[in-house]
Design a protein around this ligand. Structure first.
Ligand code: ATP
Ligand code: LTN
Length: 322
């Protein structure tokens, strides 16, 4: 199954990124899976150059630490394959201003950036280019990316209708649990790396003490009943959802085992620590050998270009480029 997904090298990975995306990537990897660190997308955040450079390779290490095997799948850095930016330009000419104006992520992020730049607006077109360049059938992402995937499908369909059958129709796939982990302090807002909330986010680099403290202080409610119910108990349901995404059980089944919030929190903290400690150890070992990381992404870029180059040429020819 041809798969493509991407992740922005902004901030440091949190447990929402892990259960919503990274863990899925690792479990669905195969010879036809392409995963990229989307550094071109990160430029829309007005990130400082040294930070971007550092975080890009850091995310490569985290992705390997959470289970990607470069002998199985292809892991690369988006800007190393020139077809992404080239394809985005072609697709900008089949996307309307109105469509991009309706994107929720754009509207939210534009509010937070003063004098936001055009890249933030056309970001979803670059994402469509990433997906369509690989003839991807499946795109594993968290819940917040659904609207962008829908747009990629619209663009593919319009292009195919106008210029002839060129692109494969992708579908977004979300994990059954863990597609939207909320902030521990503000459980009605998703855990996010672009909003600073150190006590509300569990980072993959947190040590066991920090993890225990954050889960212990996570906001719940005062009715004292352990029940999975997002409407009335968002804080507790978020903890149950996180538990379920790591243990493989159903949140309701976990709720049925507990009568006290404190016991649930204690066991959840132990489970998170147990899941993250080996990842942290692998990350540190990988990060200690930058030359090996560079070699992995260099080979990844070659494999990625061999697949995306012909698709780019197919699209360019269909549009009439000589
Ligand atoms: P930002 O807040 O800057 O948008 P982010 O934390 O949402 O950052 P992204 O780089 O946008 O991170 O997302 C990387 C992947 O992680 C995407 O597939 C996204 O859907 C998923 N993801 C992000 N946040 C969560 C979350 N809270 N729960 C589950 N999945 C998430
Ligand atoms: N917009 C995505 C990151 C992303 C992506 C992609 C995901 C860029 N290109 C292609 C899937 C497929 C996000 O998570 N913020």
């Amino acid at each position: 199954m041809r798969i493509l997904s991407g992740i922005q090298p902004s901030g440091t990975p949190h447990i929402g990124n892990y259960v919503g995306a990274m863990k899925q990537w690792a479990s669905s990897q195969n010879a036809e899976a392409f995963y990229c660190v989307v550094d071109l997308h990160a430029l829309t955040l007005q990130i400082d150059p040294a930070t971007l450079r550092e975080q890009t390779i850091d995310w490569v290490a985290w992705l390997l630490a959470t289970g990607l095997d470069p002998e199985v799948c292809t892991l690369f850095i988006q800007s190393h394959v020139p077809y992404h930016a080239q394809m985005a330009w072609l697709l900008e000419n089949v996307t309307t201003f109105g469509e991009l104006s309706r994107m929720t992520q754009f509207k939210e992020k534009a509010q937070r950036q003063e004098g936001y730049r055009v890249g933030l607006f056309t970001y979803p077109v670059l994402m469509a280019a990433d997906i369509l360049l690989y003839d991807a059938r499946e795109v594993p992402v968290g819940d917040d990316q659904r609207q962008h995937i829908e747009l990629a499908r619209e663009i593919a369909e319009r292009f195919n209708n106008r210029f002839g059958e060129t692109f494969t129709m992708p579908v977004g796939v979300q994990p059954t649990v863990g597609a939207r982990i909320m902030d521990l302090q503000e459980p009605t807002r998703k855990m996010s790396k672009s909003v600073s909330s150190p006590m509300g986010s569990i980072y993959l680099r947190d040590d066991p003490k920090e993890i225990e403290k954050k889960i212990k202080k996570a906001v719940t409610d005062t009715d004292g009943e352990v029940r999975f119910d997002w409407e009335t108990k968002p804080g507790l349901s978020n903890l149950l959802e996180l538990f379920a995404s790591l243990s493989g059980e159903k949140p309701e089944a976990i709720a049925a085992r507990y009568s006290r919030y404190g016991d649930l929190k204690k066991d959840l903290a132990a489970l998170v620590v147990e899941s993250l400690v080996p990842i942290g150890a692998r990350y540190r070992a990988l990060r200690a050998d930058p030359a090996a990381l560079a070699a992995i992404v260099e080979r990844g870029a070659r494999k990625a270009a061999a697949v995306s180059g012909p698709v780019y040429r197919r699209a360019a020819e269909a549009m009439g480029l000589f």
